[in-house]
Design a protein around this ligand. Sequence first.
Ligand SMILES: NC(=O)c1ccc[n+]([C@@H]2O[C@H](COP(=O)([O-])OP(=O)(O)OC[C@H]3O[C@@H](n4cnc5c(N)ncnc54)[C@H](OP(=O)(O)O)[C@@H]3O)[C@@H](O)[C@H]2O)c1
Length: 303
Amino acid sequence: MSKNILITGGTGLLGKILTKELQSQGHQVSILSRNPKKVKGAKAFYWDVDKQEIDETCLNGIDTIVHLAGEGIADKKWTEKRKQEIIDSRVDSIQLLYHLIAKQETSVKSIVSASAVGFYGDREDELLTEESPKGTGFLSDSCKFWEDAVEKGSELGLRIVKLRIGLLLTPKGGVLEPFKLMVKTFSAMKFGDGKQWFPWVHADDLVGMFSWAVNHPEIEGVFNATAPSPVTNTEFTKTLSKVMKRPFWPIQIPVFALKIALGERKELLLMSNRTDSQKIQKAGYQFKYTNLKKALEDVISKG
Ligand SMILES: NC(=O)c1ccc[n+]([C@@H]2O[C@H](COP(=O)([O-])OP(=O)(O)OC[C@H]3O[C@@H](n4cnc5c(N)ncnc54)[C@H](OP(=O)(O)O)[C@@H]3O)[C@@H](O)[C@H]2O)c1
């Protein structure tokens, strides 16, 4: 059945491809953006989360909200101010929508929100299921604030789905770009001892999981949205080198060098997340890409 979907942050890397996919399935998609003029090919509405301003007509006829909005995690140094912006842009934004839902008689029934595997923090070789407790560190804390804020929607009688996203592999942009550059320019690099687990996910599957959650009203709760076969950092760069037909002589970037270059953001490269994706498969989602080499061959060939 055709749905009326509002996507927050629909102008981003994931939002753009998800919008196209949902439209191709016959759904109506609108986008909430700080700059609606830049939205192409979908209805756009204005909001400014900092100022707590929102076009109150944005919920007219909407049955599903997909919440993707948030300041970039890797873009800038993690000062205390930046950390607060990262949290507020995810938490205050969904709260603003919940206030509007509570105030208006809306037709909104479902919230499908992004979260991240950062929820688990650095967990070495531990197999991480949705039952695993939260970890420590800024990423874990911010994901907990984000998920808790989204969960508040259940008090409004909404269906809540939270997808803990891993490293999104897309043909252009996102996390793969610096890896491609390294492999092309120098050689493969491993960060720290290279044993940390990378929970990758192909864009087709991430978009597939979001649209599956939108289309199945019986689906609720939190799911790891990562491929069933996470690999270590060393395995990841080795496979990427093979796919890009470059030699694999991994240069090790020691932890102290990453700390100098990235400060606290080194967490993004050193954190080990061996996520388990059985829950989403048992609930009915079938992955298109379970093999990293095939996933990389596809995105590299389209990049
Ligand atoms: N890509 C990944 O590998 C990955 C991994 C784990 C989790 N995630 C999460 O999944 C979500 C979508 O990811 P993405 O890669 O598509 O992100 P993205 O490309 O950075 O897009 C996020 C969007 O959020 C909006 N936004 C940014 N700051 C905002 C603010 N202060 N207030 C309101 N809106 C703001 C922007 O839209 P406007 O400029 O139009 O307002 C932007 O287009 C994010 O929350 C991200 O943390 C992504």
